[in-house]
Structure formats: structure tokens, C-alpha cells
Design a protein around this ligand. Structure first.
Ligand code: NAD
Length: 473
């Protein structure tokens, strides 16, 4: 009898162990989480948190990528003092010539021109008279150009998403750390007026502790698909092509950037893991059928992708991606705090506990509580009071020059402002990494039945070194 009982108890024990491993919580290290290894930091290298370099009083810029997006940046830079635009580069000659016309119209000297193929950018990053390389190519060339620019000793600012996979991300981080150069994402949505004001309210404790944030890129791109650069004659255009080949959230940075700033990611907290779920693909298939005459067989990107993230300090984030459904534009931007709530889309509003709003502003209002949005007039008073210091002096200029209502100008202005004064940038290479890593990691989760995927600590141990996000003044 003893002989039978012993093996039986062993089998039971084994079953209990297996059950525990499979069911243990996903935010603890266990076999059910997909690991994403962190490469060791090369010897002699340190992090670039709060990196400050020698001031560059006149910033000499080279632009690479002058399709729909790039020329707007060229134009905006001509409205900022202490900038020289020294080189313009695109595969397509006509795009370069048109960008040079912008300079001529604005009374600027013409810049050196580079065009012809996808490798010509290497002549530009090698130029000795360039301080900053500003990249607005298609997604597949963003990191390639960024890596070469850093190798050639230039600061680099890259349109979003700035890198598409973990290899590119780690190479950008390693080069920025080795060369002590800035490498930032051009995430303009962090500079929209509602987001900046709300960030200021968060940093002053008006919403209490932020527990949950939501962000999205919900934007039907039908009218743009035909206009993207076609990397070869058979191509549907680079962006649809990328959607065809990849599942996951392919454009996460507009949604996640402002939320990560409010949650102090890598400035006191870090994202630990994500889980993604997508729908089947429907909308984009119709576009492809319209172009090619047949439905594609293996279109990878679902119409709607939702991603949930949990942080080390017990916060959660929801990020959504949808570029095809008939829906109003939305970046969502919601923050849920212990004392209040902020919401940008579809209507801007704040809901706050009465005690948290200054008495002189609330005196005229009765029965205020966080179960409904504050009245419009009070919202406007709050937005005035908590206007972010970095926009106070430039709001009018930003709205005049424009670029998505002014936020693009604020972004460019801050980039140049910090370079000219030798200040740390508002966004750094770790922001770039954290926001862009959603692209490969959501795909990994989806291809593994929505398994949790570990989000690396891109600072390699320094995520708790800084005490919150501060924009240098
Ligand atoms: N932040 C925002 O609000 C925002 C808005 C629009 C676009 N974007 C981003 O800007 C980037 C460009 O988008 P777009 O709409 O202008 O696309 P686009 O297809 O109109 O332009 C891309 C341009 O890059 C050029 N190009 C490609 N490879 C190149 C290379 N190796 N060297 C030089 N030039 C090269 C192409 O010739 C083309 O002119 C994308 O990454 C996109 O996601 C960001």
C-alpha cells in the first residue's frame, strides 16, 4: 500500500506545482510571461537621463524625409530664432526642390540639396556643418537614419514611431549613451494645450495620484493611403504595406506619450508588461481590393487593437489603435486620479473633488463633485490657471504658425530652446524606446494568444533615479 501511496502523492504534488505556475499572477516573474531580454550595457557607458550638452547658440539642421510631413517642419523652423537649415534630403528630387522654395519664400538662404535614392542620407549625416538631423521618412528608414546620424556625431530627432523593433531601439539607446548625444522622438501630442495643462495639474496634485491612463490613435486614414510614398512600383504605399505585414499597435506614441508623462514612466515608475487583443481585419481589406482587384490573403493588422499595460507602482494604461473604422478622430487621453478625472476626447473636461479646487475659483459654484464634469466656465478658469509654463510665452506664436493647432510648433520650439541653452530635452531616448516598443511587443502578444509580454526597463536599472518629469526652463 505504502508503495502505491508514495508515487501517488508525488503525482499530486507535481500537479499542484504545475497549477500554481500557470495561475500565478502575471506581474510576478513566471513562465507564462513572454520574456524580452535586456542586452548588457557596454562597458564604460552610462545612462543619458537628464543629458545636458554644450549650448548650441545657432542650431544647424539637416532635414531627411520631405513627403507630406517634413516640409511643415522646415517651414515651422523658419519661425524660430537661431536656426539655420543647411541641408534638405529626400529620395524624390521634386520634394527637395519644393522644400527649398519654402526657405526662399521665407527669406532664408537655400539649403544644400540631396536626393536620388534611399542611401543618399548618409552624405547628409556625415556633413561637418550639421548639429541636428530631423527625420521624417517612412517608418522603415527612421531608425536607419537615426543610427547613422548618431554614429556621425549628430543629435537626432525622429518622427513617430521612431523605431519599429527592439534591435533598432537598443541600437539607438546604445549609441546615444556611447556618444552622449540627444536622440528624441518627435512626439507632438505631448505638446497639445489640453495635455500640457493637464500635466501641470497632475504635477501640482490637483487630480490626486494618477492610477489609470488611456490613450489612442483612432483616425481613419482612407484619404491618405494613396498619398504615402511608394517604396516600389508595385507597392500600395509604405504605410498600408506595413499594416499588411504586421499585427499590433503600429502607431502607439500619440496615445501613450502624454499618458507616460503623467505617470512619470522611467522617472519613478516603469511599465512591466502588456497584453493585447485585436479584432479581425475588415476595413483595410476593402482598400487593398479596390487597388489590386482582389482581397489580400494574409492581411495582418486587425481593425481595432487594444493593449493593457501594468506598471511597477500598480498603475494601468489602456492604448487603442484603429486607422480604418468610420469613427471621429480620437487620441482618447483620459487620466483617472484618486481625486479627479481628465478627459480630452470626444469632449474636453475635468471632474474634480470639490476640496481640491482653489476656493477663489470655486466660490461661485454649488454642488460641485467628481460625478460630473465641471461647468464650461470653471474648466476655462482652470485651464487658464494651470496653463503650462512652457507655453505661456509662445502660445500666440504657436497658434499663428500652426501645425496641428500649434502643438507641432511648441515641440520644435522646445527642441531648439533646449539645444541652444544646453538643457536636458523634454523627451529622451528612453521615452522613444518605451513608446515605440509597443509595436513589436503588441505583435508578440497577439501572435501568442494575447499572452503577457514583459516590457524591458530600457534605462537598465535607472528608472527610479529621477523624481518625476520636469521640463527644463
Ligand atoms: N507626428 C505627427 O503628427 C505625424 C503626422 C504625419 C506623419 N507623421 C510621421 O512622419 C513620417 C512621414 O510621414 P509622411 O506622411 O510625410 O509620409 P510620406 O510618404 O508622405 O513621406 C515620406 C518621405 O520620406 C522619403 N524617404 C523615404 N525613405 C527615405 C530615405 N532613405 N532618405 C530620404 N528620404 C526618404 C520619401 O521619399 C517620402 O517623400 C512618418 O513616420 C509618419 O508616421 C507624424
Amino acid at each position: 500500500m505504502k508503495k502505491i501511496l508514495l508515487p501517488l502523492s508525488m503525482v499530486c504534488l507535481l500537479l499542484v506545482v504545475c497549477f500554481t505556475v500557470i495561475n500565478c499572477k502575471a506581474d510576478q516573474p513566471n513562465v507564462s510571461m513572454i520574456a524580452t531580454p535586456t542586452p548588457e550595457r557596454p562597458a564604460g557607458q552610462t545612462d543619458v537621463l537628464q543629458l545636458a550638452v554644450e549650448p548650441i547658440p545657432t542650431v544647424r539642421i539637416a532635414f531627411i524625409g520631405l513627403g507630406m510631413r517634413g516640409p511643415g517642419a522646415v517651414s515651422r523652423m523658419t519661425h524660430i530664432d537661431g536656426v539655420e537649415i543647411v541641408a534638405l534630403c529626400d529620395v524624390v528630387e521634386e520634394n527637395v526642390k519644393m522644400a527649398n522654395e519654402i526657405l526662399a519664400d521665407r527669406g532664408f538662404p537655400k539649403a544644400q540639396e540631396f536626393y536620388g535614392d534611399t542611401e543618399v542620407f548618409r552624405q547628409v549625416t556625415a556633413l561637418p556643418n550639421v548639429d541636428l538631423v530631423y527625420v521624417a521618412t517612412d517608418w522603415l528608414h527612421h531608425a536607419k537614419v537615426g543610427i547613422q546620424a548618431l554614429k556621425d556625431g549628430k543629435h537626432v530627432a525622429i518622427e513617430v514611431p521612431s523605431a519599429m523593433n527592439l534591435d533598432e531601439i537598443w541600437e539607438l539607446i546604445n549609441l546615444a549613451e556611447e556618444k552622449r548625444l540627444h536622440c528624441i522622438p518627435l512626439e507632438n501630442c505631448c505638446y497639445d494645450f489640453f495635455e500640457l495643462t493637464t500635466l501641470n495639474m497632475v504635477q501640482q496634485g490637483v487630480l490626486g495620484e494618477i492610477l489609470h491612463g488611456e490613450g489612442a490613435y483612432i483616425h481613419g486614414l482612407e484619404r491618405f493611403w494613396d498619398k504615402y510614398w511608394k517604396n516600389d512600383s508595385d507597392s500600395l504605399g509604405w504605410r498600408m504595406d506595413y499594416n499588411m505585414r504586421h499585427r499590433g499597435d503600429l502607431y502607439p506614441t500619440h496615445g501613450i506619450g502624454p499618458v507616460c508623462q503623467a505617470l512619470n514612466i522611467h522617472r519613478g515608475d516603469k511599465m512591466n508588461f502588456l497584453v493585447s487583443v485585436d479584432t479581425k481585419a475588415v476595413g483595410n481589406l476593402e482598400y487593398v481590393k479596390g487597388k489590386t482587384g482582389e482581397y489580400p490573403e494574409n492581411f495582418r493588422n486587425g481593425d481595432h487593437t487594444s493593449t493593457l499595460i501594468r506598471t511597477e507602482k500598480g498603475k494601468s494604461i489602456l492604448i487603442e489603435h484603429n486607422v480604418t473604422s468610420p469613427r471621429p478622430y480620437s487620441r482618447m487621453y483620459q487620466l483617472t486620479g484618486t481625486k479627479g478625472f481628465a478627459n480630452k476626447y470626444p469632449i474636453e473636461g475635468y471632474a474634480l473633488d470639490l476640496g481640491e479646487i482653489d476656493a477663489e475659483i470655486t466660490a461661485d459654484y454649488e454642488n460641485l463633485n467628481a460625478h460630473s464634469f465641471v461647468p464650461k466656465k470653471l474648466r476655462e478658469q482652470l485651464m487658464q490657471k494651470y496653463k503650462h509654463p512652457i507655453v505661456k510665452d509662445i502660445e500666440e506664436d504657436a497658434k499663428t504658425v500652426g501645425g496641428h493647432g500649434g502643438m507641432d510648433f511648441v515641440m520644435d520650439y522646445r527642441l531648439i530652446y533646449c539645444l541652444q541653452r544646453g538643457l536636458p530635452m523634454d523627451m529622451d531616448v528612453y521615452d522613444l524606446a518605451e513608446w515605440c516598443c509597443l509595436i513589436p511587443l503588441t505583435e508578440m502578444s497577439l501572435d501568442n494568444n494575447s499572452s503577457p509580454v514583459e516590457i524591458p526597463d530600457f534605462t537598465r536599472g535607472a528608472w527610479n533615479k529621477l523624481n518625476g518629469l520636469k521640463f527644463a526652463q
